[in-house]
Design a protein around this ligand. Structure first.
Ligand SMILES: [Zn+2]
Length: 421
């Protein structure tokens, strides 16, 4: 009986630590009085937890804020150096490893560009070497783990990169197991759309949204979906595949087995295929005709053409907006998000894309007379790295399991986590 009570109390303690840390993180800075009001915890109940978090260096007290009654409570904020994460952004061309602090700032970064005939064994060895270098360099910092962002399909639960297309033939890479066995710290794998959504939720301009979709259009089409402030993953982590929403049941067969998926029509490589054939067909654009006489038209040429108001570039982005609007209307009707963010390569099309989308969506949703779903182009740079780091930092906060840290009264000692190189 005693044991059960003790266990419940420990669980409650961890939950309350997480609750308080999460609230401080989402608010940026918050007074004790406001924290008590927002969490429902009494001031007296919060005090030992706050003292513990201060002692561990996870939070700091800053400034004063004058209230109507004249009281001047000290605010609580996350301590930027209180916790760090290693982030890995593994793309088809390179990987980037970064060290990210508790506030989402990148404090160190290193790239490795893949070369012809690189083997997977060699890539993994270089990746381990870079991580090892950073862990040594930041050995006096608390490291929450390694967050890896890679192209899908992924088995997020087991941490395996399955079989991404155009991925040098590499597949079924148990990256979580490989890195956990090497470094003995938590490793979390996720796809870039989820990482972008998590970065936008934590550090974007519009942190206030609790329900939004982050749509990614580049070599593929995907999304990260935030529902009630949390990423939505579905049962096995394979949800959010908006690229496989069909916009024509009689359309071409997609590799998923369905017909007319938007990914068959509206990826960046598809746009490039259209525009290169349009130019060959002689649609009037002296700008594109001149480029096409020398080489294939590239995505950056379209972006430049939009700035010059080239008619063919404007038309192709209008067509892209029509495809995307079709899917966004469905998403708005099914999920009723507060906002949709559009990121990755397609976001460079800027207002030419956004204006068309707003026009095409505005009168087609069930909620059109009730409230508007805002559309934004995402301007977060390095969202993959920040989102990747946030995977493990959020996990660290949510666990609330700082018993070992509390025991080490003098603060964090890197020796305690026993890296195995
Ligand atoms: Zn499909």
């Amino acid at each position: 009986m005693q044991k059960v009570l003790g266990s419940n109390s420990a669980v409650m303690k961890r939950r309350n630590r997480s609750l308080i840390l999460n609230m401080i993180k989402s608010e940026g800075k918050i007074s004790r009085a406001e924290l008590s009001k927002r969490t429902g915890l009494s001031r007296g109940g919060m005090t030992p937890i706050i003292n513990e978090l201060l002692k561990l260096g996870l939070i700091i007290e800053t400034g004063v804020s004058v209230t109507g009654s004249g009281r001047r409570p000290i605010n609580l904020e996350l301590n930027a150096s209180g916790c760090h994460a290693i982030a890995v952004d593994w793309t088809r061309k390179k990987f980037t490893v970064a060290v990210v602090d508790f506030l989402g700032s990148i404090i160190a970064e290193k790239d490795y560009n893949f070369i012809e005939n690189d083997t997977l064994d060699h890539i993994i060895k270089v990746l381990k070497d870079v991580i090892k270098e950073f862990l040594n360099k930041f050995k006096f910092n608390r490291i929450a783990g390694i967050g890896i962002v890679a192209p899908g399909p992924l088995d997020i639960n087991k941490g395996i990169i399955l079989s991404p297309p155009n991925f040098w033939g590499w597949k079924n890479i148990p990256i979580k197991q490989i890195l956990e066995e090497t470094f003995n710290i938590p490793v979390i794998l996720d796809n870039n759309a989820n990482a972008y959504a998590i970065a936008e939720k934590n550090y974007g301009r519009e942190k206030k949204y609790r329900n939004f979709i982050y749509a990614v259009v580049d070599e593929g089409i995907g999304a990260g979906i935030i529902m009630d402030n949390r990423i939505y993953r579905g049962k096995g982590g394979f949800g959010s595949e908006i690229g496989h929403i069909s916009i024509d049941m009689n359309g071409p067969k997609c590799e998923c087995g369905n017909h007319g998926c938007i990914e068959v029509y509206a990826t960046i490589p598809q746009i490039m295929r259209y525009i290169n054939s349009f130019a060959e067909l002689g649609i009037p654009s002296s700008y594109l005709t001149e480029i096409r006489s020398r080489r294939l038209i590239e995505w950056d040429d379209i972006i430049k053409g939009l700035q010059m108001e080239d008619p063919v570039c404007l038309n192709i982005i209008r067509k892209e907006a029509e495809y995307l609007a079709n899917v966004f209307v469905t998403l708005i009707n099914v999920l009723e998000p507060e906002a949709i963010f559009i990121g990755s390569t397609i976001a460079k099309a800027g207002s030419a894309l956004l204006d068309n989308l707003e026009e095409l969506i505005s009168d087609k949703t069930v909620t059109k007379d009730i409230h508007e779903t805002k559309l934004y182009l995402s301007d977060l740079s390095q969202a993959s790295l920040i989102g990747g780091a946030m995977l493990v930092i959020q996990n660290f906060i949510d666990q609330g399991n700082f018993e070992d840290l509390v025991k080490a009264e003098s603060g964090w000692q890197s020796d305690e986590i026993h890296y195995r190189f």
